[in-house]
Design a protein around this ligand. Sequence first.
Ligand code: ADP
Ligand code: ZN
Length: 811
Amino acid sequence: MFSPLKYIDVILPLPLKGTFSYASEQEELEVGQRVVVQFGVRKLYTAIIKRVHDEKPTDYEAKPLLAILDEAPVVNAIQLQFWEWIAKYYMCNLGDVMQAALPSSLKLASESQVIIHPDFDGDIDDLKAEEEMLITALSNQEQMSVAAISKLINTSSVFSFINEVIRKEIVQIKEDLHDKYKMKVLKVARFIASDELLANTKLTHKQMAFVEAYKQLNISKIWSVADLLKETGFSRAIFNALVKKEIFTIEEEGISRLLKSSQEIIEDKQLADFQEKALSEIKTAFTKKEVCLLHGVTSSGKTELYIKLIEQQLKQGKQVLYLLPEIALTTQIIKRLQKHFGNKVGITHSHLNNGERVEVWKAVQETDSQKVKYPIMLGARSSLFLPFNNLGLIIVDEEHDSSFKQHQPAPRYHARDAAIYLAHLHKAKVLLGSATPCVESYYNAKVGKYALVEMHTRFADIALPKISTIDIRKAHLKKEMKQQFAPQLLNAIKDTLSIGKQVILFQNRRGYSPVLSCGTCAYTPNCNSCDVSLTYHKWNYHLKCHYCGYTEQVPEVCPSCTAKDFSDKGFGTEQIEESLKELLPDYVTKRMDYDTTRGKNAHQNIITDFEQGRIDILVGTQMVTKGLDFDNVALVGILNADSMLHFPDFRAYERAFQLMMQVAGRAGRKGEQGQVLIQTYDEEHEMFALLKANNFGTFIKNQVEERRLFSYPPYNRLIGITLKHKKQRKLDEAAQQLVVMMKKSFGTRVLGPEYPAIARIRNYYHKNVLLKIEQEGSVAEAKKILNTIIERMQNHSDFKSIRFIMDVDPV
Ligand code: ADP
Ligand code: ZN
């Protein structure tokens, strides 16, 4: 007897439109389950079932489904709805969303490369025959594709087999190693037995021999379990037995996956009256609105309010998602939440390997509220894709931060906006928090779309910092500048340090990459594949392209005029650090930027050193502005505010203001009023008056008005379209054609085509077209029309090789 044939529509992890149908006789097919299917010539993929039905496809023969990977769905119905919304709203493929959403080991494909797990200790005694075969093969050739493994191991279900060995941490998928922050958790063997214990414990001959062998080694060194076994030549089984007898213990070094915290320390703070008032306003707001914007000045206690709201959710058995702009930068927040909620806080970040990602996934998926491990999940934007089933609240902390927007690759979503949609699906609430909300959110709150709650004072009546400007035009004219410093700033730094206080100096990253140029002919080295100057890295004497990564040594002589006369222009954090070491040699200056925080715990180490007073002056980029809370900082200096103001972007002022207010917020948190000094060529700029008055309200009102005048968001919606091609002529033709077609439907709402500031990256020319749609117009309708136009372009034989990149609500 045949079971009746069923059809399933699946999502494939490929940049393809729509879903694909396969046939199966299986009974137990559920939406959200993973299955293995063939797509293209002999390629296998993990796909997600989106629909089960019995309509035979009319235009092609449905191939059979090859295997079902899970008993229960790994993706729930709300997630699928969320994926669909993302794909539609951000104009990308459902497959792109699947790629972004699922941890890589949940989406094996024939091409996936498998490697030995870095923690695998080499002990093959306990392995099954196929597993041993795989390990042997992998030790000879380092990596193997799933396709190759399926030839090696004669199993009908290679995907299930590989999933199992990944789960056992014998192998892992290679792509995660691209992550340069990749951190390995090392299993370290520690000898813990006292002489007494050793004397009183019965050991076998082999176990005794092991202990003896260990004592012969250099035991002051930290031994990883794997190294120890290799060195002594004993098997894992003997070591394990000794661990059982408490002679040895195994400890994990490095960041563990889910930040362990051993005990739960409840630290209950009494809210101040103004905080209590804000809290009750938020609670009332949530009875009427789905979204509430909490605008509270730096140090007003927003985090304390988040904690109270989270508590309330946990009492109701709900999950909470706490979104942060960049997880690597926020160890302070993590610590605070853990102090309060102990091991209920789970965290996802880019350092997790694929086994860990799956572990987090499973933990969030747990539906039994008694068993839920991490009712509070903390993470950056991608944590929106975790399999929540019972969300009650999403907190978007520092909601103005532009790193909530994904730029590359698709889906190019904005986590703040996507969070609002996700919460809507869960009937949950969203709290947007910031000292400097973005124009869009502030506007939405003012027109009543969101509720608005404000806190204008800092906790414990600490005064807001005193902000002043320094005219460096004058200082330059009078030749008073000492390197990058006007005398007022340098003196203030000295005074601050002399009374044992600390200083933060901020240098905007944008527009200030240090370049080398020839002092004789003014030649500047450029990247051969991108239209940019190479950035000079003094520490390793290299030139690097920040777009494609191309690197070279600084040439000995100028390639253009052969003079030996290269010097660096501009000032990056590196030069400032050097100047300070020269000008203030008695104090410790450290730099915090992309270069100095790449190492394992580098970022955290700098913060700890600064917190504990081992650093006097911290020089940094945007990184120093983010959610840090230092007690002893009395002075914040902003070295060159103008680079932020003069940026050709309608958000330039908004960003500049937010940044300066955020850095200013680092000054004078406890104790006396802090001081902020801003060096600028343009003291009269209206922004500074508002900044000095701490008048964010007026600033943002002016911005909203400007956006209205010039038809920018929130009054208009923007959709950016970037065309890419290696041949400039072809690109020009395509862009021209696209604009002609778009103008037929959209008229003057189409802007461009234009080359971006950097027109060529990795040998691809870029051209931008912008579509502006009025708020009253139907954005969904406009997207439909745009999709049709682009499909027509893509089907046109001339333009098949053009790449189109859609960016909805670009930031
Ligand atoms: P924000 O998130 O608005 O910048 P925080 O929540 O970080 O403000 O608060 C600033 C500082 O004041 C923190 O060190 C915090 O612990 C402390 N603080 C805020 N509210 C209280 C309170 N009610 N009781 C005790 N300390 C508080
Ligand atoms: Zn380049």
